[in-house]
Design a protein around this ligand. Structure first.
Ligand code: CMP
Length: 207
């Protein structure tokens, strides 16, 4: 949605897209009534980052940074929005710098909430990478048992911290893939190595 108008009310019907990620942004919105869902997407996968209600605002980042919309906004229910155009926003900010400070502080809180699942996802990905690397090594044609690998070596190869690798190797041992002691995972048999396939699937499914 684009507009030349400066400040006006906008009625969004349930399910209506208010703007899409990547579009240029020329106004921000305050929710007078209703609810709005914000999602970010990549490769066709949409992820909800916030659902905002009465009195909350969104769409300010494009105005502050002159950047494309960082998320898609959709009305969850019939909603009434106050739209504030770029020029009015600029005047408001020039008149009262405190507005920007308060906005950034609220957006900071929202972003730190978004960061939590990202951190979890990052940790999950590291576990999967470590386990997958071990799986490759163990399934190599000439691999004989017992086979072992150390946290220090894996940390170097995969560019991870040794304590993170330690935790994953200890977890693998706890799930039946060999024994972990002194920073070394020892896998005694082909059966234990095969167990690793199940564990990688569990990691991928977040278990
Ligand atoms: P803008 O980038 O203009 O358009 C999308 C809006 O969604 C953005 O401004 C913020 O107001 C809001 N937004 C973007 N990312 C997040 C997030 N992670 N959490 C909450 N709100 C967000």
């Amino acid at each position: 949605m684009t507009t030349e108008r400066i400040q006006y009310e906008f009625q969004a019907r349930k399910g209506q897209t208010i703007f899409r990620q990547g579009e240029p942004g020329n106004e921000m919105f305050v929710i007078e009534r209703g609810q709005v869902r914000l999602t970010i997407g990549a490769d066709g996968v949409e992820k909800e980052v916030a659902v905002l209600g009465q009195g909350q605002f969104f769409g300010e980042l494009s105005l502050l940074g002159d950047a494309p919309r960082s998320a898609t906004a959709e009305a969850v229910e019939d909603s009434v929005l106050l739209c504030i155009g770029r020029d009015v926003f600029r005047m408001m900010v020039q008149d009262d710098l405190d507005i920007v400070y308060r906005m950034m502080s609220i957006q900071g809180q929202r972003l730190s909430q978004t960061n939590q699942p990202i951190q979890q996802l990052g940790a999950q990905l590291v576990r999967i990478r470590i386990a997958t690397y071990c799986l490759r090594q163990l399934r190599a044609a000439q691999q004989s048992f017992p086979a072992s690998m150390t946290s220090t070596a894996l940390a170097g190869i995969l560019g991870q911290r040794t304590d993170a690798v330690d935790m994953t190797l200890a977890d693998l041992a706890g799930r039946g893939v060999g024994e972990f002691a002194g920073g070394r995972l020892t896998v005694a048999s082909r059966e234990q190595a095969d167990r690793l396939i199940e564990v990688v699937c569990d990691y991928a499914e977040g278990r």
